[in-house]
Design a protein. Structure first.
Lengths: 118, 113
């Protein structure tokens, strides 16, 4: 089974609207972390937001928020007030075994290509 | 701070050739990683290191070798290049706290013909 599943290969959103990018994960660990990265067409990986499995509140960073539903094992990224510059690939990633010995490795999903239309 | 730097940015290899992808970080991070990204896919871990002199295999290590003689440098060696190794290669580093994100280099785009 895939550890990180992003079911939306592509998404479209109108400028200034909000969009949700889906991410579900699979782990038996109790302590883990979830990340979202943005990869624009230029290719670099840009960190957006982090959610720890024990964090009681959903993470927020500016226009980005993470809708964390632990029981459903989902960690969806919400981008509010979309901008043209948000057009990019978005990757969800998980770090398992935070209780020890994980070596902080990341497992990535296949990504969602977001296109923001003017 | 330059962060994580990778050289070269682009490279074309012939089948059977060898090369080394360079990765250097100036943040004194203990942890370093090599990933590959195939077209339309996420990143897959090739090798990683938890400190100088210590390396370990990731998910897709076949056809690659690494070494970590210093904290700063983590080169990735491709021996006998194959078309299946055509990919974008990212190096990343991490200080080592639970909430830390990995800092990524700009990537090396490798084509094997």
């Amino acid at each position: 089974a895939q550890k990180i599943t992003q079911t939306q290969p592509g998404m479209f959103v109108q400028e200034k609207e909000a969009v949700t990018l889906d991410c579900t994960y699979d782990t038996s660990d109790q302590s883990y972390g979830l990340f979202w990265y943005k990869q624009p067409s230029s290719g670099e990986m840009i960190f957006l937001i982090y959610q720890g499995s024990y964090d009681e509140q959903n993470a927020t960073e500016g226009r980005y928020s993470l809708n964390f539903q632990k029981a459903r094992k989902s960690a969806n990224l919400v981008i509010s007030a979309s901008q043209l510059g948000d057009s990019a690939m978005y990757f969800c990633a998980m770090r398992e075994g935070l209780s020890g010995g994980s070596n902080y490795k990341l497992t990535f999903g296949k990504g969602t290509l977001l296109t923001v239309n003017p | 701070n330059a962060g994580v730097t990778q050289t070269p940015k682009f490279r074309i290899l012939k089948i059977g050739q060898s090369m080394t992808l360079q990765c250097t970080q100036d943040m004194n991070h203990n942890y370093m990683y090599w990933y590959r990204q195939d077209p339309g896919m996420g990143l897959k871990l090739i090798y990683y290191s938890v400190g100088a002199g210590i390396t370990d295999k990731g998910e897709v290590p076949n056809g690659y070798n690494v070494s970590r003689s210093t904290t700063e440098d983590f080169p990735l060696r491709l021996e006998l290049a194959a078309p299946s190794q055509t990919s974008v290669y990212f190096c990343a580093s991490l200080r080592g706290r639970t909430t830390d994100t990995q800092y990524f280099g700009p990537g090396t785009r490798l084509t094997v013909l």
